[in-house]
Design a protein around this ligand. Sequence first.
Ligand SMILES: [Mn+2]
Length: 334
Amino acid sequence: MEIHHFIDSLPQKTPIIIASHLNIDGDGLGSMISLYLLLIQRKFKPIMVYDDSIPYFYQFLPNLKDIHSLHHLKLKQISENSVFFAVDCSNPQRLGRLNDIREKCAFVVNIDHHPDNSLYGNINIVDAQCPATTILIYNLAKKIQAKFDSSLSTSLLTGLITDTGGFQYVELNQKLLSILEDLVYQGASVATIMRYAFKCRRHSALKLLGVALNHFVYDFQNHFGMTYLLKSDFEFCEASEEDTEGIVDYGLYIPGSLISVFIREIDHQTFKVSLRSQDETNILPIAHAFGGGGHLKAAGFKIQGDFKTVYQNLKEYIQGYLSSQTGRPHSLSV
Ligand SMILES: [Mn+2]
């Protein structure tokens, strides 16, 4: 069934939950809020729910106050005829504790653009070619002839701008340009989104970035950069996980770098690893090899062990992976 027909078929009293992935980003938030606004236009009373804190630099987004923490969600708000919309979330595990709520709902709609989406919904709108989940919501908005205003346009454009790194990871082609033009015309501000998403960082985040930059090591022969942050670094900078946003990108700044690796200790001997790549280098197989997931050029996973072993094993794995890649595109040498 097509999604807009499904929405048309829902009785207006249907309890609707909208959720996204843990460690939420601009696309997850933008998708939740834009879908929420669309459903409100259709006279539904959806509930947005999230299982963590929302990064402070997304405070410019509309309707944030309507996102409930899991803690405040009353179980009576969920019934057996509830519909659960999961947006920008590749698999149910990434919902965190919200997965328990998904299991209680009668029907699940999965709207996403991750290539490794596990198609866990009763309806799956999954398009890995799409640069952001908010573009799928934009298409839906057009289909149901939604009324665009600055709130809807801002939430939609935030997903596109943040997931493309401000149009650095995908080419701004004619199709995206016409969507961009439409959203700007309807009231979204590119400058505001760019500024908050990429250039609004508190002092603890800047201090943490300084430490991470000092820890960067580059393997020029194999074209990758690697850095880390330990618990002690977070304590020294009085920083939290939220302050790590964007750090991994710096490994790609060095001319010739194809992969960036960022390891951080999130618990004793538990590490989160972020991977980024450029120039057609696909890092998703690396994330899959370690039990993680993501996109071709942005992926991650968790790993346990003592730091030195984790670091060394990962370094050797990536060296092996890169040297096994044939036809590696020519890149600048340092
Ligand atoms: Mn996304």
